[in-house]
Write a protein that binds this ligand. Structure first.
Ligand SMILES: *Cc1c(COP(=O)(O)O)cnc(C)c1O
Length: 361
């Protein structure tokens, strides 16, 4: 068996310990003679799995009792519609556009009400986070929406926007569980898990209880109502059962590693290795304003598309996979999520130094 260093933005690297455990339990989960994949989601065995997953997540993120945790399907993109359908009581929401995911969410919301783009960093290819200290928040906005870590562009909010008392809704898909968060600052925090937590197919929504009501937009499908899922404890219909089981294992892995404060420290150390090199390199350079750099997604370029392509090709041959940047930015992107070991980043930087020496006169 040989595993590569996988720098994919998502689906992405998972902890090897988790994969091994899941493999061991594949045919016979804890003596029940079947895989978790084959098990009724109404069984006692599965109830324990989903309840433990929720309890561990609550502990990791210090989620207050007045927030519900929902394990849903449809990916992060389904939330682009669910959020306005459930929260737009006045039919108005403010969106901060820091990349394609925020833009998609904003466009989706426009189908259900008045979605205002109150700030944007599109003028510089989303390479920074706009100043959000005094934005023109709408008087009657039901919420202010952000994408907290921009997977494609490699930017991250270091301070949350001043929402002037309005509810903050945040897509944390690509920074989920990468550092401690103060849940009380948000109305809704949600993320698709395939970036930093588990296999594709699960989206986790952490939502303040008072925002879960029957008062949703007319025509909102049953499956897209938060209340339905909250009342049924994420078991209204068959949940993404196997995916939740893997997420649960990742939560335990994170707890064993010291929780989110320890992860933050590890992630900062890891990202610093790469950013320090980018700052001194004669060949490679980071594309993001320094103060807005993400710890999770690190885009960089050589400035020469042919050389970029050569780098990606040679890196792949050397065991560094999925370094090609998103088509809208070009160049390279290294996604260094929780499960990327520090050795992966150290070896990547060694490889980049070698490439630089060979290709830079
Ligand atoms: C990947 C991603 C999405 C889309 O996720 P899907 O689960 O594919 O819908 C949305 N937001 C962010 C920040 C992402 O990284």
């Amino acid at each position: 068996m040989s595993r590569v260093y996988n720098f994919s933005a998502g689906p992405a690297v998972l902890p090897e310990e988790v994969l091994k455990e899941a493999a061991e339990e594949m045919l016979d989960y804890k003596g029940c003679g079947m895989s978790v994949m084959e098990m009724s989601h109404r069984s006692k065995m599965y109830e324990t799995i989903i309840n433990e997953a929720e309890a561990d997540l609550r502990e990791l993120m210090n989620i207050p009792d007045n927030y519900k945790v929902l394990f849903l399907q449809g990916g992060a993109s389904q939330q682009f519609a669910m959020i306005p359908m459930n929260l737009m009581k006045n039919g108005v929401a403010d969106y901060i556009i820091t990349g394609q995911w925020a833009k998609k969410a904003w466009k989706e919301a426009s189908m259900y009400g008045k979605a205002n783009a109150i700030a944007s960093s599109e003028d510089k290819t989303f390479s920074y986070i706009p100043d959000c200290s005094d934005l023109p928040i709408s008087e009657d906005a039901d919420y202010v929406y952000i994408c907290e870590n921009n997977t494609i562009y490699g930017t991250k909010y270091k301070t949350l926007p001043n929402t002037k008392g309005k509810i903050l809704v945040s897509d944390v898909s690509s920074c989920f569980l990468s550092e401690p968060v103060d849940v009380t600052k948000y109305g809704v925090i949600y993320g698709g898990v395939q970036k930093n937590v588990g296999p594709a197919g699960v989206v986790i929504v952490i939502i303040r209880e008072d925002l879960i009501t029957e008062d949703v937009l007319p025509g909102t499908p049953t499956m897209l109502r938060y209340k339905i899922h909250a009342d049924a404890k994420s078991l209204y219909n068959t949940p993404p059962a196997y995916g939740i089981y893997i997420c649960g294992k990742v939560f335990k892995w994170l707890k064993a590693r010291g929780g989110l404060a320890a992860m933050k420290e590890y992630n900062e150390k890891k990202a610093k290795i790469l950013y320090d090199f980018l700052d001194e390199s004669k060949l490679f350079k980071g594309t993001v304003r320094k103060e807005d750099r993400s710890l999770m997604n690190v885009p960089f370029v050589t400035g020469d598309a042919d050389l970029d392509a050569k780098f990606v090709k040679e890196a792949k041959a050397a065991g560094f996979e999925n370094l090609k940047g998103h088509r809208s930015v070009g160049g390279m992107r290294a996604s260094i999520y929780n499960a990327m070991p520090i050795e992966g980043v150290e070896k990547l930087v060694e490889f980049m130094k070698k490439f630089e020496a060979e290709n830079c006169q």
